[in-house]
Design a protein around this ligand. Sequence first.
Ligand code: NAD
Ligand code: UDP
Length: 313
Amino acid sequence: MKRILITGGAGFLGSHLCERLVNEGHDVICLDNFFTGSKNNISHLMGQTHFELIRHDIINPIYLEVDEIYNLACPASPVHYQYNPIKTIKTNVMGAINVLGIAKRTRAKVLQASTSEVYGDPDVHPQQESYWGRVNPIGIRSCYDEGKRAAECLMMDYRRQNAVHTKIARIFNTYGPRMAVNDGRVVSNFILQALQNRDITVYGDGSHTRSFCYASDLIDGIIRLMNAPDDFYGPVNLGNPDEFTILELARRVIDLTNSRSKIVFQPLPSDDPAQRKPDITLAREKLGWQPGISLEQGLVGTIAYFKEILKTA
Ligand code: NAD
Ligand code: UDP
């Protein structure tokens, strides 16, 4: 049994990770400031002997004794990370420094939840880990993109300078149950709009692409990375390589929900990457990992979740 700290543990992905690791018999400490996370996501774990919750903001130092740290604290949706961009970059940079401080002192392993956003609006497709990216350093997404790039830099510098056992997962768009109703990302937006027969808001002409990974597949990937031998530390892409246009996604959601919603086109936000698809050769080779859940299967599970949420809202 290991003692494991999960920052951002009350969020969408963090709560699935807490649940998986508690079920595997580990002692889990969930740390969250509840900016986008919710106690509802982890209420089923509270009261279990091997689960602890700490309300804390990771931009402030904290002293804990742990074996492993998954650093997920950071709002992931563009709507939320742009709400207070200075706070977003502080969370990424100071949060990384604080978890690395714990790791240096306790010799814990640290896994950083990085992102496909480090590739920016890519001119290489699909994206491989060796690609350095095309990121606007001064745009509205920069607080997140550059914050995550700085966090990757810190992971590598603490590894080289202080021999901290760091690992970097570059996560591509992931969706599933427990995304917040007000999250604002495309999958939850479209499903909620379709279930309520409201207009489906496609930004731009709908030709932008994304590759969507289901939460359970992603959680499997990051746990495999944490448990991999220390000479494999990434960065490694984790995502589903099946690529869809946003218009295709809208049509699939309408079909699967039998919705009467109409598709409407709204202005594209600035710096919105035109295409995104992970090359997952490295994850396949080094982690024996690839996603198993198709977009259709994942959407069915996510639609069922939001139907229940709307019933109780
Ligand atoms: P989320 O917004 O649901 O979860 C983030 C969690 O971090 C929330 O519980 C929030 O309250 C908490 N948090 C934010 N700032 C904090 C702070 N300063 N101190 C403590 N807690 C704080 O998002 P998610 O989709 O679950 O993403 C989790 C992580 O994975 C994030 O780091 C995100 O950047 C990364 N990621 C997610 C995706 C995706 O598609 N879901 C893709 C790439 C990377
Ligand atoms: N998008 C959209 N309608 C929405 C929300 C998002 O068309 O209601 C588009 C957005 O412009 C982007 C894609 O869907 O091209 C994915 O957006 P999301 O916010 O989910 O994540 P991103 O990958 O951009 O961080």
